[in-house]
Design a protein around this ligand. Sequence first.
Ligand SMILES: [Zn+2]
Ligand SMILES: [Zn+2]
Length: 223
Amino acid sequence: MAQLTDVAPGVLRLSPLPLDLVNMYLLDDVLVDAGGGLGTKRILAALRGHRVSALALTHAHFDHHGGSHAVCEALGIPLWCGEEERPAVEAGDGSLLYPDPSRCIARVARRLGGPPHPVARVLREGDTVGSFTVLATPGHTPGHLAFWRQRDRVLVLGDILFHRNPVTLRHRLMFPYRFLVYDYEQNAAAARRLAALEPAVVCFGHGEPLRDPDLLHAFLRPA
Ligand SMILES: [Zn+2]
Ligand SMILES: [Zn+2]
C-alpha cells in the first residue's frame, strides 16, 4: 500500500515504494510527479478521497513522469510541466534529458518512459500551483522546476538533491550522480539558490523530508 504522510499543512507525501525510494506530493489539490509507472494502481488507491485537479511535474525523468499518462487519464486531470520538458513528455521519451543520450541510462529512459501525453499548461518562474510558487531550476534537466511556499518555508525540490542514495540506499544528502544530471554546474547553482531561501522543510524526489536547514548549508558549503 502506498503511504500518504503529512509533511506540512496542505502537503502530503506519497511514497509507493519502500525506503522513500520515490516520492510524489499532493500540494493542496495538485499532484507533483507521478512515479515511474509501476504501482500506479496503488497511487490511485492512496489518492482516493482526495481532490486532485492537476498533475505538475518537477521534471520528465522516467521515475517522475512514467506514470503521468495513466494518472491523468484515470483522474481526468491536465498535465503541467516546464517548457523544456515538454518534448520529452509529449513524445514519451526522456532520453534527451540526460547529458549523454548514448549512455545506458538514456536507453533505459527511452524504454521506461511513460506513454506520450499532451502538456496542457507550461509552468514558469513565479506561476502559482496551489499555495506554492513555481521556481525555474534548470540543471538536473533543462526544464526542472521546484515549488516554494514562503509563509512556512516549505520547499519541494525534485531531484536537485537526493536525500537517499539510489544505489547504496543509504540515507544521506547528495547531488545526483553526474550521468543523471543534464548540466551539473547549473544544478549546483540551483541548489545554492534554494538553500539561500532558508527552507524549514525540504521535500525530495528521493528520500525523506529534511527539517534541518543547517544540514543543507553544511552540505553545500565549499570544502
Ligand atoms: Zn531526475
Ligand atoms: Zn528521480
